[in-house]
Write a new protein. Sequence first.
Length: 250
Amino acid sequence: MARVKALIDGVSADWHPSRLFTTTTFWFPFVISLITIGAAVAYRPLFDLITGEDRLGENLQVLGWIVALVFCLLIGKNSAFPKSTRALFGALAIGIVFIIGEEISWGQRILDFQTPAELVEQNRQGESNLHNIYGVQDVFSWAMFVIGAYGVGSSLYAMKRFGSYASWSPLAKTLAPHPILISYFLLMFVWRFYRNLFEPPESLYYGVSEFGETTELVLSTAFALFGWKRFSMRETELQAPALTTRDAAT
């Protein structure tokens, strides 16, 4: 137990003064995963509520991406940040807009327009989006795997290079998530690795495949928290030196 506490304290350092918020942030991916798995085993209606199409998990996922987008835009327009940081978060904002558009099928679920006939046959769900098109779906699956791997790897590298989060360079804080978010990206990395390379048993196929909605909810939460954390440091940016690639090597 002492080792677990030391691990939690280590990755949670410099996250937030509130112990409650820090603890909640750390345990969120573990708790939501256990709830989803427990519901899949013991109570199917709750599992469907969490993972079903247009249900709780998917709506919260979109909300997470919207929050992440807001922070990206706030950083992008805030002159306290170096131009390089603002440009990087501006680029991230464009990517998040695309993700949100895909999740809501580019407004189809809101505006209730029909899917083009040529797309219906190619799309796994018959909707106006790209990530459910046969063949293209594999590209998105591997993209999620890469995002998970990058989130874990970049944060671990920054920890090894700079030590505690407080001593990370401005560039490292822009390019890598806070260590407390490693588990968020690790969940996506592990789950996508399994789903991309292995076929689950037929009896577990539905539960395993739908668990992906939970991993996506956790990922969107990670980006929202990443954006919030970077934006919360805007006052310190005024005293920080300009961002250069040298920051990554010192």
